[in-house]
Each structure stands twice: as structure tokens, then as C-alpha cells.
Design a protein around this ligand. Structure first.
Ligand code: CUK
Ligand code: CUA
Length: 643
């Protein structure tokens, strides 16, 4: 029975995919949108700017990309969890600590979700947060410099998928674990896997975000050993609550059982985080040992530091009877999304053929009346019918994620039937459906998860590309599709390839940040310990076997550009300061044979490349970024002599 269900699903998806690829069934609209009309809607004339920034997750490339909408133009690849040779992120001495963890240096991860900071439920676009799935971390990107400025590791977590989701005023970012795991010390965690039911727990970390954006784990809830998938904070009337989708509520520890989804319903876990705060204030938290890294980029030196934290505050689940409630939700819910008013909570059971929509008002009534249908691991289960606003019937197959347009409509991605389905939140009627090419995952509407969506465009981020672009061997670019959603019917406007595998993306109006961008760093404010503030100060200083080169770069020369006295086995540190004070004039630096990436130094900043020469000889170095007519002359020689 279990296996049969699993096979059926595979059969369905295979059949549906096969269907969409056979030309006979190719929907009419696929290649035949009124091209001129669509083209003019996405056309951003040369020299003009896009209307929205779209910050897009890179999935297994570990980065974010910055895309303009409606053009679909890629503006930047923004390194977050993966080393990025293009600008030396994860290679320079300044940036390496950003990728430090309790496991050491981890220069890769899998980034799925973006959260843009909000005030009163609306994007303020001060920061973008992203999650690392594999070695659990949350990153914060400063949207005035488009730089990763902070990374916080999450202890007692494995598979940090259900994150980062933020509360209405960016009070908290949450991070909940996909894999339940034992949550003791390393020694205590060495338990047989088959003791899952006793020993494995879920955790939800509430990360406080300070006024300047700085993150710290305020407290961690320990929950039953389910798998958390996704989450959304309440807003408006549901402010103070958080909703998490769960699967594997049977708490199985082998994949076959999990995939079989024995249960007809899993749960949405509703958390009253205001109550949890009260418990913490009342001193009910318990400090436990936990090792995790907290990495920050210093504003004045532009150097990252990594601190290993030793403990975390947890709330004992036995005490939490009135902050955690489980709401039954059919068939492995994936997304759980909250509408702009905060009243409706949409569950998306991946294996369900309907979409349940819960009402926050009804949920509160059910809780007040103790209208429960039993307990799950000691926590009340709210009666399904009591919390339900209604269901969207026959929406399609494989609902995953829902976004909102602010005009009373919801848009749900259907992975298996490969379409976007528009429906009315009030009447729950399906209003429109358009195919996607192919197998859509997340959707992104500018402002879509906020209290004030800008319901003009929708981007579908698709999982499978097949024939959409010129083929590039076995590996194909992932595909995004832009729809105009301003009318009754969605209109496909544009396909554009993405960087990495996009999962979630958030978009916001460009005017929020475009005039706030950092253009240069002021050289007089540069507090880097190895800064060189003028060409006259350039020097080479030996300290034992360490050689510090205080180097300047300015159009179009390095100082010094001839270096002697270095020996085989020395550790050479090139601290290169870019003396330019002009926007868009970075300089690069690379030296022959160095087993690292280049430096790409922004105006007024200092970056350091470490090199251990392996043989005597002459080693040329040069600027890698075409900076002036004399860029090619921006070069030098370093002589290495035997030890
Ligand atoms: S998940 Cu990717 S399609 Cu990791 Cu948000 Cu649903
Ligand atoms: Cu400096 Cu090219």
C-alpha cells in the first residue's frame, strides 16, 4: 500500500511531464503569445532601469542573484554561502571567516529561500536574508552594498530548509530544522537511528534581529520529531503567530516510509511566539551547551570575524502547551502561506488534489473553545473542520507554493500538472490557469508575501527546462517565466534563464534602495590594520617568515611594483588598497601560481591575498579588471630566492 502510493505519484508526474513535452499537447499559448505586446511589456530601453529588484535564490550554487524585473536581466551574482572566485569571496583573508562554522571552513551550501526585511508588514528592503540548507546557517545581506555582512550558524538543526521567514517588523527571523535530530551534546547524540521516536527532536530557532540588523538566537523551541518544510509569520490580525508546514509526522526514520506518507494528513504547526517571548521573559528558558559560529563583517575594517558560540537558550516543550497547536493538513504540506490580511493560511499538500485554506479567526475560536481532535505528542490538535475556511477544489496536481496579488487573489504553483493556478481567496473558485515550462516550484510576485503586494508581475521558477533554450549539453540553464497578472487572465511575457537552481525569490520596488547604494568607501574611513593610505606609504615588511606587502593600486600602477627579498616558504600577504575614490573603479590583483582566487578591490577598500611561493624565480602580478587605457600596464614583478 505504502509503496503503491509512492509509485502512483511517480506515474502521475511522469505522465503529466510526458504530456507537456509532446507537441500535440503543447498548450496554444506556449510559443504563440502575441509577441509584440509581450515584448513591449518587458522591454526596458537601453539606459533605462527596471522597475523591481528581484533577489533570487541560487539553490545549489549557494548564492543569490539580483535580477531586474520586468527585463529578467541579471545584475549581479551575490556570494553568500559559496566561495566566489570572481571577487575573491571565501578566498581573501578578510572574507574567509564568513564561511567558518563549528565544523570548520565550509565554502559551499544550498540556498533556498530569500526573506526581505519588512516594517509594518511591507518591504523596507534594508536586508535580504537567506538560508543554508546543508550546514544550517542564516545569512544577512546589506542591500545598500549588496554584500553578505553576517552569517549565523544554527545549532541543533540539520537541513535548515524551513527558513528564513520573518515577522512583520523583522523582529525575528525563524529557522526550523528539516531533519529532526538528537539535541544533546556530541556524546549524547551518538544514539541508534532506530531510537528516532524517543531521541529525535525538531527545533525552531527564533533569531532576534537588532536595529542595525545584527542577528542572535533569542530562543529555540524544541518540538516533536517531525520534519519542518516551510513557514510563514502571521501579519495584521495574526501578528504574534507563526505557521510551519510539517511532514513525516509519523516520525519514521527510513526514506521508504517517509515517502509513502502513511498519514492522510500531516500538520501545520501554529506557534504563538508572543507567548513564547513571555515564557522567556519569565525565566522559563534553559541554557544548554551548543556550538555554532557567528560571523560578521566589520563595517570599518571590512574584515570578517568568526566567533564560536557555546550555548543557546531553549524552551522545554513540556511547558509549551499553550504556544504550540497542530492543525491537520492533507498529504505532506509543502508551502504554508499567509494572505496579505493575515486572516487566511494556505496549506499546499504536495500529494493532495485540493488546497485547504484555514481561517485565523476560526483557529483562534477553536483554540479558545478547546475544540480539539486529540493530541500529537502531548500538544493539542485543532479540529480540521473548525479551523478551515474552505478548500479550493480541483486546483491541479501537486500544489507547492502560494503568492498573493493584493487584489484578493492567490496564485499557487502546481508542480505535477506544471501550471500556475489563480484563485479567489474569498470564494475559493479557480479563476485562471496557465501552463509553465516545466514543473514550477516557487512563485514570486513583487511584495507577494507582504501586507502590500504589487500585483503586476508573477515569476514562475521552474524545475525542469528541457527545450526552452538553446541546448547546452546535459546540463541546462534553469528557467524562470514572467507573467503579467494585472488583468483577469495571466499572460506569459518572457522566459529567462537563471543562475543556479532558483527556489524562492522576493521582489520589491527599485525606488526603495536604488538611491541608497554605496558607491565608494572613503579612504580616510578605512580602518583596515594593513591599509596603505597613499602611494608614498607603500612598503614591504618582513616579520619572521611572514612578508606583508602594503600595496596600493590606482590608475594605472601598483606600488610597489618590483618586490625582492622574498624566499621560498615565506608566507606572503598582499594587502592591496584601492586608492580610487570614483564609483565603478575596482582594481584586481593576481599573481602567477597562487592557489587562490584573485582580489577584486572596491574603491577605498583593502583586500588581502595570501601566497606561499613554492619555487625560486620571477613571478609577475597584474590587475585583472580593465580599469583604464593603461590597464594592461598595471603590472609588476616579484622575485623569489631560495630559502
Ligand atoms: S522548496 Cu524549492 S520549490 Cu526548498 Cu522552497 Cu518548494
Ligand atoms: Cu587596475 Cu586594471
Amino acid at each position: 500500500m505504502k509503496i503503491k502510493q509512492a509509485i502512483n505519484l511517480t506515474a502521475i508526474s511522469a505522465a503529466v511531464l510526458a504530456l507537456s513535452f509532446s507537441t500535440g499537447c503543447r498548450p496554444e499559448t506556449a510559443g504563440s503569445v502575441s509577441v509584440g505586446d509581450a515584448a513591449s511589456k518587458v522591454y526596458v530601453a537601453p539606459g533605462q532601469h527596471d522597475e523591481f529588484y528581484n533577489i533570487v535564490s541560487g539553490g545549489f550554487n549557494g548564492q543569490m542573484s539580483v535580477v531586474g524585473l520586468p527585463s529578467g536581466r541579471v545584475l549581479k551574482i551575490l556570494p553568500v554561502f559559496s566561495a566566489h572566485p570572481e571577487n575573491g569571496y571565501g578566498y581573501t583573508e578578510e572574507s574567509k571567516p564568513m564561511l567558518n562554522t563549528a565544523h570548520g571552513f565550509v565554502p559551499w551550501d544550498d540556498l533556498h529561500h530569500i526573506a526581505i526585511s519588512t516594517t509594518n508588514g511591507e518591504h523596507d528592503a534594508r536586508w535580504a536574508f537567506g538560508n543554508a540548507n546543508n550546514t544550517p546557517r542564516i545569512a544577512r545581506v546589506d542591500l545598500t552594498s549588496f554584500e553578505t555582512v553576517e552569517i549565523l550558524e544554527i545549532p541543533n538543526s540539520a537541513g535548515n530548509h524551513s527558513s528564513p521567514f520573518i515577522t512583520e517588523n523583522t523582529e525575528y527571523v525563524v529557522a526550523s530544522t528539516r531533519f529532526s535530530v538528537p539535541v544533546g551534546t556530541d556524546e549524547e547524540n551518538d544514539v541508534p537511528i532506530e531510537t528516532y521516536k524517543e531521541n529525535f527532536k525538531g527545533t525552531v530557532s527564533f533569531i532576534k534581529v537588532g536595529d542595525k540588523g545584527d542577528m542572535s538566537i533569542a530562543f529555540q523551541l524544541v518540538t516533536p520529531g517531525v520534519n519542518f518544510d516551510l513557514a510563514r509569520a502571521g501579519k495584521g490580525k495574526s501578528h504574534g503567530w507563526f505557521f510551519f508546514s510539517t511532514y513525516n509526522t509519523e516520525q519514521a526514520h527510513t526514506l521508504l516510509e517517509v515517502n509513502a506518507s502513511q498519514r492522510d494528513k500531516d500538520f501545520i504547526m501554529a506557534v504563538n511566539w508572543k507567548k513564547a517571548e513571555e515564557y522567556i521573559k519569565a525565566g522559563k528558558g534553559k541554557t544548554v551547551k551548543a556550538k555554532y559560529a557567528h560571523n560578521k563583517l566589520d563595517h570599518d575594517t571590512h574584515m570578517a570575524t568568526s566567533t564560536i558560540m557555546e550555548e543557546v537558550l531553549q524552551l522545554d516543550p513540556k511547558e509549551l502547551k499553550d504556544i504550540i497547536y497542530f492543525i491537520p493538513c492533507p498529504k505532506s504540506p509543502h508551502g504554508t502561506d499567509v494572505d496579505p490580511s493575515g486572516e487566511y493560511i494556505v496549506g499546499s499538500g504536495k500529494l493532495a488534489a485540493l488546497i485547504p485554506v484555514f481561517s485565523f479567526t476560526k483557529l483562534m475560536e477553536a483554540i479558545d473553545n478547546q475544540d480539539f481532535e486529540g493530541e500529537y505528542d502531548g500538544f493539542p490538535i485543532v479540529r480540521y473542520e473548525s479551523a478551515l475556511h474552505g478548500v479550493v477544489e480541483k486546483p491541479g496536481l501537486g500544489p507547492l507554493h502560494t503568492e498573493f496579488d493584493g487584489r484578493g487573489n492567490a496564485y499557487t504553483s502546481m508542480f505535477v500538472s506544471s501550471e500556475v493556478v489563480k484563485w479567489s481567496i474569498e470564494t475559493l473558485e479557480v479563476l485562471d490557469r496557465q501552463p509553465t515550462f516545466y514543473s514550477v516550484g516557487h512563485l514570486s510576485i513583487p511584495g507577494g508575501p507582504t501586507a502590500k503586494p504589487h500585483g503586476k508581475y508573477l515569476v514562475a521558477y521552474n524545475k525542469i527546462t528541457k527545450d526552452r533554450y538553446l541546448p547546452t549539453g546535459p546540463e541546462l540553464a534553469h528557467s524562470a517565466q514572467l507573467f503579467d497578472i494585472s488583468g483577469d487572465k495571466m499572460q506569459l511575457l518572457l522566459d529567462f534563464p537563471t543562475i543556479g537552481e532558483p527556489h524562492y525569490a522576493e521582489a520589491f520596488p527599485a525606488h526603495l534602495i536604488k538611491d541608497k547604494q554605496v558607491k565608494i568607501y572613503k579612504i580616510e574611513d578605512n580602518k583596515h590594520p594593513y591599509v596603505t593610505k597613499g602611494p608614498g606609504e607603500a612598503k614591504v615588511v618582513r616579520d619572521g617568515n611572514k612578508v606583508h606587502v602594503y600595496m596600493t593600486s590606482i590608475r594605472s600602477h601598483f606600488g610597489p611594483d618590483n618586490i625582492e627579498g622574498v624566499k621560498v616558504g615565506d608566507e606572503v600577504y598582499f594587502h592591496v588598497t584601492n586608492l580610487e575614490q570614483d564609483w565603478d573603479i575596482p582594481h584586481g590583483f593576481a599573481i602567477k601560481g597562487a592557489n587562490t582566487a584573485e582580489l577584486l578591490i572596491m574603491p577605498g577598500a583593502t583586500q588581502t591575498l595570501k601566497w606561499t611561493p613554492d619555487r625560486p624565480g620571477i613571478f609577475p602580478f597584474y590587475c585583472t579588471d580593465f580599469c583604464s587605457a593603461l590597464h594592461q600596464e598595471m603590472q609588476g614583478y616579484l622575485r623569489v630566492s631560495p630559502a
